[in-house]
Design a protein around this ligand. Structure first.
Ligand code: GAP
Length: 661
């Protein structure tokens, strides 16, 4: 299964990934499995580093986030509550000829001549029957059968008459009325292709419908401009778009029945909502706080593409950060601190994100998390120039979401805008999801998902009546809005109003359902972004005109799969090898070290450059004290510019740690 050749840069990246062991096609020896990828030795290290850096930044470096590691298969009720069973679908169109499916929104516009056919009829049996008559009668026999076609009675009478006329015939030689297909078929031919090619494709189509020798009916040609209705490979007119649920199904238990259906999770987030209460109670956290999870997710993508960018099995790094609703903030703090616009594009790189404040509303938290995530990307080598932002429009937002900012990376396959600027493709989405998720799980499970907040209860009691009424009304309206939109068919408006009233009355008792801000990132997309960002090639031509291309993967030292290469200058000098092994063992407990004594030192440097190793240390004769002042020092070489300097072995570990952490 070859990756479509999107562009030259991507081809080179895919080739290096395979050559150097970053990414392999899954099940390659059996021809591969579309949408599934394996990470080789370097890719596995890169991925581990990325996940660990995310986990550290999101949980261990903070007081307000706790971790979770949930199962991939969970109760199918979770996916009913989340809406995935009903609505997690892409609109998909099928090619009636090849049965291949394409996403309706991903068909490239095409132009040419469309040939339409009304149907086809199969005259093979008439031909064979007519051939049993003397040559001069054959056309007449064929015509008689043709005239009788369509009318059962006429057809039978005609056949009886003709059989009598012939004399004797075996039953299997008597023709059945010609099969007809009234299914319409259209095919698009690009300029310059002969109409016969359309007829050939159409015959193929009708043969698939059981007609042995289809005679095409009602052919008509029509010019077509920029149409997205035809299959890009076969040219056949696509079937109507139909929703296609992306969840992969399995069965739990030995019986493959409807009630045992379960799903491989399409996102890690839902486990966090389902375990919200358990984590809250065991972690001693209080809102605002978050729950983070890293793990596999599965989506039966209609068209996996762009290497690992859209896969069917992938990993996510998700944080659900629970916050107080704005009405609660206002009740406690008198007002809500909000941020107008995203302000992102004006943020100064390198400046710290402001410390979260107790009076922040959802907007400020949303802004904060977008900034926090951008800083994370900057910290692992993706500069702001390589990123882009997409603020979802109200039409794009889910009905319960208040805002969603996508952080984009400018991949080699990313499209350009009208001005020629690369737009970028989604790396991560940061959504303000209101209280939708917890509310859904409360309704579907019957278990309360709200929290009790003593500060709110105390503050509420001190509020003037008008303020209480105003906040009550706003909270009531929001709850009613949610309850109305997600009402079950048997719920009446009165029941909904009553539930919204109960929810709003909860404020006075210090109760509310937390809202959530969700930064949700894809590990595999980030790995691809880091690889694309690190990839450099230079072609050098020597005096004899021989040219060589040199590849250097300029990973940030924090993510680099190998942190340091340890190289004895010569393999056949036991003192050098012994010292080099000592250095390797000194560093090994702290970082991923690669010991290499094979080939010339230049070749070994080049190997490490291709693997993206930021530093190499060479153990040479000076290390052994050839120049006494250099005893126990090594040559340290920088990957990106080949610069070299001398460093004491005793300082090496700390020097490296300062740069790779
Ligand atoms: N819980 C929210 C959620 O799952 P999403 O935008 O569908 O939101 C979040 O996915 C992230 O997961 C995306 O930004 C992307 O990085 C990654 N992702 C989603 N589908 C993917 C796929 N088919 N292959 C690789 N990564 C994917």
């Amino acid at each position: 299964m070859a990756e479509p050749k999107e562009n030259l840069q991507m081809e080179k990246i895919v080739s290096l990934c395979k050559r150097r062991g970053f990414v392999f096609q899954s099940s390659e020896i059996y021809g591969g499995l579309n949408g599934f990828w394996d990470y080789g030795p370097l890719g596995a290290e890169l991925k581990r580093n990325v996940k660990e850096l995310w986990w550290n930044a999101m949980t261990r470096q903070r007081d307000d986030v706790a971790g979770l590691e949930a199962t991939i298969i969970m109760s199918p009720k979770i996916w009913e509550a989340s809406g995935h069973v009903a609505t997690f679908a892409d609109l998909m169109r099928e090619c009636p000829l090849t049965k291949k499916r394409v996403r309706a929104d991903q068909v490239e516009p095409q132009s040419g001549t469309a040939y339409h056919f009304e149907g086809a009829t199969d005259f093979d049996e008439y031909d064979n029957f007519a051939k049993k008559f003397p040559a001069q009668n054959q056309d007449q026999v064929f015509d008689e059968l043709l005239r009788a076609t369509g009318n059962e009675l006429n057809f039978t009478e005609t056949v009886i008459k003709l059989v009598k006329q012939h004399g004797s015939l075996r039953t299997d030689e008597i023709p059945a009325m010609a099969k007809t297909s009234e299914e319409r078929f259209s095919v698009l031919l690009s300029a310059g292709k002969p109409p016969e090619s359309a007829q050939k494709t159409a015959k193929e189509f009708y043969k698939q419908r059981g007609l042995k020798n289809p005679n095409l009916l009602g052919e008509r040609a029509q010019k077509v401009e920029n149409s997205t209705d035809f299959h890009p490979e076969s040219g056949a007119l696509l079937n109507e778009a139909r929703p296609f649920n992306l969840m992969l199904q399995t069965y739990v238990g030995p019986i493959q029945s409807e009630e045992n259906i379960a799903y491989l999770r399409p996102e890690t987030a839902q486990a966090i909502f389902a375990q919200f209460k358990n984590v809250l109670e065991t972690s001693r956290q209080k809102v605002p706080f978050g729950i983070a999870q890293v793990g596999k997710a599965f989506r039966n993508e209609v068209t996996p593409r762009n290497f690992t960018f859209r896969s069917r099995e992938f990993e996510q790094m998700e944080l659900e950060f629970f916050i107080k609703p704005d009405e609660v903030i206002e009740a406690i703090h008198g007002s809500v601190f909000t941020v107008q616009g995203s302000g992102l594009e004006n943020s100064e790189p390198g400046t710290p994100n402001p410390e979260p404040q107790p009076n922040w509303g959802w907007q400020a938290w949303h802004h904060y998390w977008v900034e926090e995530r951008v800083r994370f990307y900057e910290g692992i080598g993706l500069s702001r120039e390589t990123l882009g932002f997409h603020h979802q429009t109200p039409a794009e937002l889910a009905h319960y979401a208040r805002a969603c900012t996508d952080i984009l990376f400018k991949f080699p396959f990313s499209k350009k805008d009208a001005a020629g600027n690369v737009i970028g493709d989604e790396l991560e989405g940061i959504a303000a999801r209101s209280d939708f998720d917890l509310s859904q799980h409360q309704r579907f499970s019957g278990k309360p998902m709200g929290v009790f907040d003593e500060e709110l209860r105390a503050a509420w009691a001190k509020l003037p009546k008008e303020k209480q009424d105003a906040l009550w009304k706003r909270y009531y309206d929001n709850r009613k809005n949610y309850l109305t939109k997600s009402a079950k068919p048997d719920e009446t408006p009165e029941q909904i109003s009553q539930q919204a009233t109960e929810d709003a009355n909860g404020l006075a008792k210090g109760q509310y359902i937390p809202h959530v801000i969700e930064p949700s990132a894809g590990v595999d997309r980030l790995i691809l972004a880091l690889i694309a960002n690190a990839y450099t090639e230079t072609t050098k031509t020597d005096d004899k005109g021989k040219s060589e291309t040199i590849y250097v993967m300029k990973f940030h030292p924090r993510v680099a799969p190998i942190k340091v290469g340890v190289l004895p200058l010569l393999k056949n000098k036991p003192e050098l090898v012994k010292k080099a092994i000592e250095v390797r063992d000194l560093l090994r407990p702290w970082m991923n070290v690669y010991y290499d004594d094979g080939g010339s030192i230049g070749k070994r440097y080049a190997r490490q450059d291709e693997a993206g190793t930021p530093f190499c240390v060479t153990i040479d004769f000076d290390t052994l004290g050839e120049k006494p002042e250099l005893l126990d020092s090594v040559t340290l070489r920088y990957r990106d510019d080949g610069r070299q300097e001398r460093l004491k072995i005793s300082e090496l570990r700390d020097w490296l740690l300062a740069r790779i952490r």
